[in-house]
Write a protein that binds this ligand. Structure first.
Ligand code: 5AD
Ligand code: SF4
Length: 457
């Protein structure tokens, strides 16, 4: 009998995590069950990312690791989907001819047909579409964690950040209707989900396309509501029974509105956590990036967030070495980062992406200069994280348990409402999907350690 088991490896962002859960759902409806590793799986799927060049390199490296497996067992199916597949298309099959199926960002629902086609041909089946056929959210999902779900509210992006390859891979922004999103969240809640993360490339512009098409609830069409559609969406999902925690990613400082901060304050389920990408602290570089806010607006937003949403944790993304970045521009980034006092940050070296405006700029920053600046910024963001964590010492935090710690079998791990990772001793009742009030007893830059006072005393 054919080996109908699958193994999925996900690269890249949370949208890809979401898409992988859908791919798993599609495979399950075809009768596939999960396998623990690529060696034993009958089908290996790589869901790829193209955001930076090292994502490309990493993928091709790992893909070559599948070649001996395919040679040893030619019936094993190798499937590659997602952003890098969308970008590289034929090139991918040329580099790795042992692939069976290549699909892009718009056609995951076609997986069953593409697999059937692969059965009857000896060369890779490649199908890349330029437009989305159907929202991946309409596909069945097989979730990794029972109590958490990714919920996509829009796909694609209408922004034109000059460094970014995403708009060319995921197309223009297309929003789902509030009613459809609420329906999905209700079904998730009925299925035991307690925490959701709303996903969109720019959640603050959610629904603009719906407004343009007149496809909005009556109160909006008549202009009776003075909220943005995203704030309205938070209110709607915030009312759904059983959903205890709502997160969202990513907002855009250009479109961010105060009603979202008010929603974070007023809706109990919306977590006090904000991921707000800064990208650069230099106004000159922000302009060249076509990010149409300036550092003063950004810092003002951070101040308003801290004022309106008590104890909010703010994280960010920052790029070092965008073309034309001078030492002075970089120091502006350091200064704004320090002033914003981010609770955590993802920092990246600029990576030239084919087809983007920035890739054609003349003043590319030397690798040596990037290598010198990057650790300075990392040291700063590490210190800010440590300071933010140190402020948690002795506090009681609500932790939702995710599972056993990955490094210590005697510990369990979970997350606070601020999305901080907490390790605590395993004990009776400390099981995945349960909430506990945990006292923070030790801190590091990436995690907190605590115990449950009720169990200790
Ligand atoms: N080079 C480096 N970092 C990038 N990002 C997006 N494109 C690039 C690029 N070309 C970063 C941005 C974004 C995050 C998801 O990845 O900071 O917010
Ligand atoms: Fe996500 Fe962008 Fe990577 Fe695609 S290219 S997986 S949208 S980060």
């Amino acid at each position: 009998m054919a080996n109908r088991t699958y193994f999925i490896k996900t690269f890249g962002c949370q949208m890809n995590e979401h898409d992988s859960e859908r791919a798993a759902g599609v495979l399950r409806t075809m009768g596939y069950t999960p396998a623990p590793d690529p060696e034993s799986a009958g089908l290996v799927l790589f869901n790829t990312c193209a955001i930076r060049e090292n994502a490309d390199n990493k993928l091709y490296g790992q893909l070559s690791g599948l070649k001996p497996l395919k040679l040893a067992d030619p019936s094993k199916k190798i499937v590659v989907g997602g952003c890098l597949a969308q970008k590289d298309q034929q090139l991918m099959a040329k580099k790795a001819p042992y692939i069976d199926v290549v699909y892009g960002t718009h056609n995951m629902g076609r997986l069953p047909d593409l697999l059937a086609k692969a059965d009857s041909q000896s060369f890779p089946v490649i199908e890349i579409l330029e437009h989305t056929e159907m929202f991946p959210s309409a596909l069945p999902a097989a979730r990794d964690v029972a109590h958490h779900a990714w919920v996509s509210i829009s796909i694609g992006c209408d922004n034109k950040c000059t460094f970014c390859i995403v708009p060319s891979l995921r197309g223009p922004e297309k929003s789902r209707r509030i009613g459809d999103i609420a329906e999905e969240v209700r079904m998730l809640a009925a299925d035991g989900v307690m925490e959701i993360t709303l996903l969109g490339q720019n959640v603050n512009s959610y629904g603009r396309d719906l407004v343009r098409a007149g496809d909005v609830p009556d109160a909006f069409a008549e202009g009776k509501r003075n909220r943005t559609l995203f704030a309205e969406l938070l209110h709607v999902v915030g009312e759904i029974d059983g959903i205890k925690r709502i997160r969202f990613t990513s907002p855009h400082p250009k479109d961010f509105t105060i009603d979202v901060l008010e929603a974070m304050r007023d809706i109990p389920a919306v977590c006090e956590q904000l991921h707000m990408p800064l990208q650069s602290g230099s106004d000159r570089i922000l302009r060249a990036m076509r990010r149409s806010y300036r550092s003063a607006r950004f810092l003002n937003l951070v101040a308003q967030a801290r004022e309106i949403v008590p104890d909010v944790a703010i994280s960010t993304d920052i790029i070092v070495g965008f073309p034309g970045e001078t030492e002075e521009d970089f120091e502006d980034t350091m200064r704004v980062t320090e002033q914003a006092a981010f609770d955590s940050a993802f920092t990246f070296k600029y990576s030239k992406r084919p087809g983007t405006v920035a890739a054609d700029l003349e003043e590319q920053v030397d690798q040596a200069v990037m290598d010198e600046r990057f650790p300075r910024l990392s040291a700063l963001t590490k210190r800010l994280s440590e300071e933010s964590h140190a402020r948690q010492l002795g506090k009681i935090q609500e932790v939702l348990i995710e599972g056993p710690s990955k490094t210590d079998a005697t510990m369990m791990s979970g997350r606070t409402r601020h999305n901080r990772l907490v390790h605590l001793p395993a004990g009776p009742g400390i099981v995945p999907g349960t909430f506990h009030d945990v006292r923070i007893t030790r801190t590091a830059d990436h995690y907190l350690i605590g115990d449950v006072p009720a169990l200790v005393s």
